[in-house]
Design a protein around this ligand. Structure first.
Ligand code: ARG
Length: 458
């Protein structure tokens, strides 16, 4: 363990177990790029403002760039006894360029430094999550285009409700993931403000220019209150929330994929490359990926609660509790990226078994609403028509038959309004493709949805 930078105030060395407990370098080392980038912006500003000399600034920047390079290609190993990545980089800089390195931390504290680094890191991750969401949406729209006329049962309460197209069903998820993109974009907008220059908590007596740092880091501006700048991690909670929602959406699609690939449904078959077998039952082909995504959703929820609980009741300003933010939000990020990247090709490669979808839709009195609509359009109040249709369902179940097999005479026993055209009105294709209201399930409506989504993604 090397000597601590704050050793001056202490008479004894830190206990080595305590050092280990206190250290976050194993977790925060992944922010080294952001840490060094932030330091370079800071040093440049210090020089511009005449707080350090131009020569010192150049030395510092060169030293930092070399460290970055060496970390990038594995030439420089991390000192795992260091307190965190910020201390490590600074110590390494001083090792390399001597006392000049000790000027870097002028008008800065680790409190604003870490607050900046985590914002920069999460900002970059937002972009990656958005790219993965876009890929998934594009795969969903491609499949939806292929299956805009594939008839399947639509469910409520997991009971057959009304016929829909498979394309319509897939586009429902495309819309959810589209909102997820907007949520991540929105989160990114708010987090992209620089807290650097808040210093420990109260600002500084040096003539710093915080806007200069924000500008060179491509941020939207600065946090306007120094206490707030070092104290809040609401942006991490927001991203944790956006990720929890993405995972929630993925888990619902996962659940459907699991159901659809069961023998009971057999609406789809997953590609061999995206399923696994059983160690004992030779016939099995398991949707493990969908199950794992469903299972991992719990982590994202857990991380969100961790972040909220970590911040709850913390007095201003920095408290060490806040070091716990990274493990939670990094795990959410890793999880969602992994799930999204594996989900898109699983959708692309799955086989849709159209005839099973169609046959399932042809059963279960899925056209009962259309019988009621038929009577309502001929003048009956909808509630009365609904009751007649219900009575007819009971009659058919009793006689072990379906609407399509009734004779016109039988129809007429329930209402005089029934005519020859009832058979067309209850035809499965018609029931599906005639639902062409805005946002409905008909082919042209699904086409509209696909067009709109592609337009927004452009
Ligand atoms: N490793 C710390 C964290 O992640 C850095 C900030 C430490 N500041 C301090 N005054 N102890 O939160």
């Amino acid at each position: 363990m090397s000597e601590k930078m704050w050793a001056g105030r202490f008479k004894k060395q830190l206990d080595s177990k305590v050092n280990d407990f206190n250290s976050s370098i194993r977790v925060d080392c992944r922010m080294y790029k952001q840490d060094i980038g932030g330091s370079i912006a800071h040093a440049s500003m210090l020089a511009k403002q005449g707080i350090i000399s131009e020569e010192d600034c150049e030395q510092i920047i060169r030293g930092l760039e070399e460290i970055l390079n060496d970390l990038d290609n594995g030439k420089l190993e991390l000192d795992l006894t260091a307190e965190d990545i910020h201390m490590f980089v600074e110590a390494e800089l001083t090792k390399r360029i001597g006392d000049v390195g000790k000027r870097l931390h002028t008008a800065r504290s680790r409190n604003d430094q870490v607050a900046l680094d985590i914002r920069l890191y999460l900002r970059d991750e937002c972009d990656e999550i958005i790219i993965l969401l876009k890929e998934l949406i594009l795969e969903l729209t491609k499949k939806a285009e292929e299956h805009k006329a594939t008839v399947m049962p639509g469910y409520t309460h997991l009971q057959r409700a009304q016929p829909i197209t498979f394309g319509h069903h897939l586009m429902a998820y495309a819309m959810m993931f589209l909102r997820d993109i907007q949520r991540v974009e929105d989160t990114k907008k708010r987090m992209n403000y620089s807290p650097l220059g808040s210093c420990a908590l109260a600002g500084t007596t040096y003539p710093t220019d915080r806007y200069d740092v924000a500008k060179s880091l491509n941020m939207n501006g600065i946090t306007l209150n120094s206490l707030d700048g070092v104290s809040d991690r609401d942006f991490a909670v927001e991203l944790g929330n956006a990720i929890a929602l993405i995972m929630m959406h993925l888990s619902r699609l996962s659940e459907e994929i699991i159901l659809w690939s069961s023998w009971e449904f057999k609406f789809i078959e997953l590609d061999d490359a995206y399923s696994t077998g059983s160690s004992i039952m030779p016939q099995k082909k398991n949707p493990d990926i969908a199950e794992l995504v469903r299972g991992k959703t719990g982590r994202a929820y857990g991380n969100l609660v961790t972040l909220l609980s970590m911040l709850k009741s913390l007095p201003l300003a920095y408290n060490k509790d806040m070091q716990e933010d990274k493990e939670a939000i990094f795990d959410s990020i890793d999880t969602v990226k992994l799930c999204l990247s594996i989900f898109a090709p699983m959708i692309t490669t799955m086989t849709v078994i159209k005839e099973n979808m169609y046959n399932a839709a042809a059963k279960g009195f899925i056209n009962a609403t259309d019988v009621a609509d038929y009577l309502a359009k001929k003048g009956l109040p909808f509630r009365t028509a609904y009751k007649i249709s219900g009575t007819m369902v009971a009659y058919c179940i009793d006689k072990n038959t379906v609407f399509e097999k009734l004779s016109l005479a039988e129809f007429k026993e329930f209402s005089d309004l029934f005519d020859e055209d009832i058979f067309d009105a209850i035809n499965l294709e018609r029931c599906t493709f005639a639902r062409n209201s805005q946002g409905g399930t008909a082919v042209e409506s699904v086409e509209e949805q696909i067009k709109a989504v592609k337009e927004i993604l452009k």
